[in-house]
Design a protein around this ligand. Sequence first.
Ligand code: C2O
Ligand code: CU
Ligand code: CU
Length: 543
Amino acid sequence: MAHFDDKRRQFLQFAAFGTAAAAWPGFALAEMAKMTNAPSSAFKPDVEIELTARAGAVSIKPGAATRVFQYQGKLLKGPASTLTEMPGYLGPTLNLVHGQKVRIIFYNELTEPTVAHWHGLHVPQKMDGHPMYAINRGERYVYEFEVKNPAGTNWYHAHTHEMTATQVYQGLAGLITITDEQEQKLELPSSEYDLPIVIQDRRFTSDNQLLYLQHGMQERIRGFLGDTILINGQIDRIIPVKTRAYRLRLFNGSNSRIYKLGWEDGTPLTAIGTDGALLEKPETFPYIMLAPAERVELWVDFSGREPGSDLVLHSLEYHGVMPRMGGGMRGGRGMMRDGLGQGSKFPLVKFHIAGKASESPQLPPVLSKFKRLTHRDVANPDKPIQIGLSMMHMSPELNHRSFEMLAVAEGEKIPVNTIQKIKIVQEDHAMRGRRGMGGGDGRGEGGRRGGGMGMMMSMAHPIHLHGQQFQILSRLIQDQHGSGYETVKDGFINSGWKDTVLVMPGEEVTIIKPFQDYTGLYLYHCHNLEHEDMGMMRNFLVS
Ligand code: C2O
Ligand code: CU
Ligand code: CU
């Protein structure tokens, strides 16, 4: 990890990077360089929270405490229910209400820069935690925004330039729940029957310290995979439940591990919500794919289960998401050397039926008003914005570009208050047929193609767009045969509001996304955090 002075210097280099200003003439560099800000007297908060990022130590495994990074929260104003503590290293859950005005006074007590991003929330650019707003030790940043999102489960995390993966890995993440009137009328299971399930994989040294990447470039390309599953920051989690219905808010807070959620006894899963909101109606799935950053809300009814019995939620076996190099290792599990391979089967969390409940709520047949966006709503029905995913020469990129702090390319400019069609395509995959022709990527290294790590790879990428949530219009898959796609395809929820979508090798996913209310730079990136830090991230300029 680089010392923060280096990062600071790097930041200043970005700020002084002339072409960035040219890309956005209205963009004042002086304003950009001002990294701290003050509370606005015009903003009247309903909720005021002090949030501090700091180093700490928590007990995760028996024996020595684990050194972590942590968000610590203190409620200065607002309902007492606004903050609920989570065990382990996770930050407090922020329980917000639609329409609330929220002020978060953020302090950095780490010895490296950091910035906080409210993943899934629709907020002004300056409040969105773009890495340009990172603050150093001892500095403060004031976030002020109105909660415009509907009821749902979101989260917050560090979004620091080239340090997102390490900071989130060390603990800088927490949940955000939002409620609204429409949701409250449903009388969904609440309080002790409304359970957060944060799933993360970690790796520990023999004296209980977090271990990150060990195997160099190959492991970064694949993404970090831990060998120990933490649920809400704890190992071997057993959750006692009663014989009644629960609302489970599952969230994949892992750097790059993709889970295939399924009950050990084959009971189907009933989804009631996706990343950003409740579904229109409950939907049933044999299993559900949950990629990094994705959330799914489940209705789980333990009625009729024997007190004393257990029900285990697993990640089931699947194939086809790992790098496939030039057609070799087809559908393989990739380069896992030890521990839990991506796509292997293992238990996640055990629910222990600890007692009987006398009554249980009924699953509402309709959950939310849902307006399906169609071609008729979009400004560019025939000219979708393209996001091409590629990993040529060990460099995960978007449209063959790497992240540049402030830069915006021609195809990344979006008029504010429009709804756009966006096509996300796996480019390496499309090139598979042309292997051996050399060149083709414009970098003159075509000779390496077809052997070693220089050749084309195609792997699944969880693509996340900041700002408003989007809808999935279509998923097209080519060359499905033998790819492992059939082991994941029934686990995608394509009907709800999303902010992250898993794009499989050979897949083309078309989405419709509104860009309303706010102008400025909004990030889009791969939420495989190793890929994000390697530069698989870009800006949209909404103006
Ligand atoms: Cu989870 Cu750019 O964010
Ligand atoms: Cu985000
Ligand atoms: Cu990726």
